[in-house]
Design a binder for this molecule. Structure first.
Ligand code: PLP
Length: 285
């Protein structure tokens, strides 16, 4: 049975209990991070920690007491659960005020901190990345602070279900004719050798994988344009891909039934995936 971490304790998953009055449960008042594990090591842990601090601060949420121990907690769970390839979820909520109330609980109410692992053998050699993902477009109906990584994941879940129903792998979200991002990833197109992805703002999550991939792409002398692109532009692109901690760089081969790069993963996306995995492994902790 998996061991999880809850508020200072390592527990078997069926013994880890959170209150029914927890703000995460009642108000979706929580933030999270997902760090991938390759070869038993953490990919870009520092980046995830920086974003976690920012999410907490944007919501005036107290840092959990164990903030300084998060790296150790992640490593301990990797060891205890014998994770070679997989994901680690870290969830922080505003805690349990003892009753339901819209107002934030009094200062000093301890946040709830949960960390758990998912074993994902074959994460790096993903069949989806080899085949290329099919995406559909759906309207972006999320709230206005998508830069904060909150646990309000209902609309992304709905969009993933719409994609599944349409026989696709995922959905890209569209606002005012422009692609914002994927349900759980950042979106890119490639046109005439240039990599195009939406600029950072409150409209999208500031992906940790996005930052690393853009850095590696620049180092490899690839040209990058950080600007919004339309859905029509995406359908007419030479290739497309998305990035996330769980999918690394995943080629997209179809948007709303329009085939890209001949329906097979494009050269730029394929190369970026290789570079990203190689470079991340060198820096893994
Ligand atoms: N955009 C959204 C909406 C996400 O949920 C995610 C990851 O879960 C990303 C982008 C990619 O972010 P990261 O590369 O940090 O995983």
């Amino acid at each position: 049975m998996r061991t999880v971490y809850l508020n200072g304790d390592y527990l078997p998953e069926d013994e880890a209990k959170v209150s029914v009055f927890d703000r995460g449960f009642l108000m979706a008042d929580g933030v999270y991070e997902v760090t991938s594990v390759l070869g038993g090591k953490l990919i870009d842990f520092d980046g995830h920690l920086v974003r976690l601090r920012r999410s907490l601060s944007e919501l005036d949420m107290q840092e959990p007491a164990a903030m300084g121990d998060l790296l150790e907690i992640h490593r301990e769970l990797v060891a205890r659960n014998e994770i070679d390839e997989g994901l680690i979820y870290l969830q922080v909520t505003r805690g349990n005020p003892g009753d339901r109330d819209f107002h934030y609980p009094p200062e000093g109410t301890a946040p709830t901190l949960v960390v758990f692992t998912q074993a994902k053998p074959g994460l790096a050699a993903s069949p989806l990345a080899q085949r290329g993902a099919r995406v559909i477009s759906v309207p972006d109906m999320r709230w206005g602070r998508r830069d904060i990584k909150t646990v309000q994941l209902l609309y992304p879940s709905m969009a993933k279900m719409m994609a599944q129903k349409a026989g696709a792998d995922d959905a890209w979200l569209v606002q005012d004719g422009l692609v914002t991002e994927g349900t759980s990833n950042n979106a890119y197109i490639v046109k005439d050798g240039r990599i195009i992805t939406r600029a950072l703002s409150n409209d999208i999550l500031h992906g940790i994988t996005r930052a690393a991939v853009l850095r590696f792409a620049r180092e490899a002398q690839m040209e990058i344009e950080e600007r919004s692109f339309t859905l029509d532009e995406a359908k007419d692109a030479d290739e497309a891909f998305f990035t996330s901690a769980s999918g690394f760089v995943t080629p997209v081969v179809e948007i709303d039934g329009c085939k890209l790069s001949g329906g097979t993963p494009g050269a730029v996306a394929t190369r970026l995936r290789e570079i990203y995995i190689d470079e991340s492994l060198k820096r893994a902790t």
